[in-house]
Ligand binder design. Structure first.
Ligand code: HEC
Length: 179
């Protein structure tokens, strides 16, 4: 083979192995690059902050949440939140214990908004985002009630939820302003 032909061969090989020659055609075939709609975006952007920002309209009590919990959560978290495995325990624990502390919603989580946010985003584990906002308020209230943080009649909504003092709220160091 002449050195000129060798050179052409190398160039063709590079062109063929270089997949960036093809994405435009592929993108058109599989429908990539379609702009996301506002409502689709809102579905991703379900962030509830500690100050209540991002919490939706709605309300609920633990008394109402008991039914949701027993139907949708107890299969994995057990009837009183005691869990069915190491990582499904929702109640109890003590961050000040001498041994390895058991971290639960009650012992560890600093904000009630995170409980709401996590349940709305990720639970039930087999069908995330299947609960209505009202059901999430109800079942969040029930999980807090099981931990002895609120009573069963306390009405949770975007204002009252942000006001709850979690037992471990001072157990974290805020590094957000660190230089
Ligand atoms: C199919 C089993 C399953 C079901 C049903 C389920 N969960 Fe969970 N849940 C899990 C598992 C597993 C974890 C641990 C996940 C992890 O640590 O990432 C978890 C974690 C959690 C946590 C965080 C616990 C912690 O301290 O990290 C909360 C709160 C929670 N679930 C609430 C609920 C609620 C409320 C429901 C019902 C609406 C529910 N879960 C239904 C399996 C389940």
């Amino acid at each position: 083979m002449s050195s000129r032909n060798k050179l052409i061969g190398v160039i063709v090989a590079i062109a063929l192995s270089h997949t960036s020659f093809f994405p435009l055609a592929q993108a058109q075939n599989v429908g990539l690059g379609t702009p996301i709609s506002e409502s689709q975006l809102a579905d991703f952007d379900l962030i509830a902050g500690p100050d209540g920002n991002g919490l939706p309209v709605g309300s609920g009590t633990a008394l109402q949440g008991k039914e949701v919990f027993e139907a949708q959560c107890a299969v994995c978290h057990a009837l009183n939140g005691e869990g069915t495995s190491g990582n499904t325990v929702l109640v109890g624990g003590d961050m000040h214990s001498e041994g390895t502390p058991l971290r639960t919603v009650g012992s560890y989580w600093p904000y009630a908004s995170t409980v709401f946010d996590f349940i709305r985003r990720a639970m039930p584990a087999t069908a995330p985002k299947s609960l209505s906002d009202v059901e999430v308020y109800q079942v969040t209230a029930y999980v807090l009630y099981l931990n002895g943080i609120i009573d069963q009649y306390k009405v949770l909504n975007s204002e009252t939820l942000a006001e709850i003092d979690m037992p471990n709220k001072d157990g974290f160091i805020d590094h957000s302003q660190a230089q």
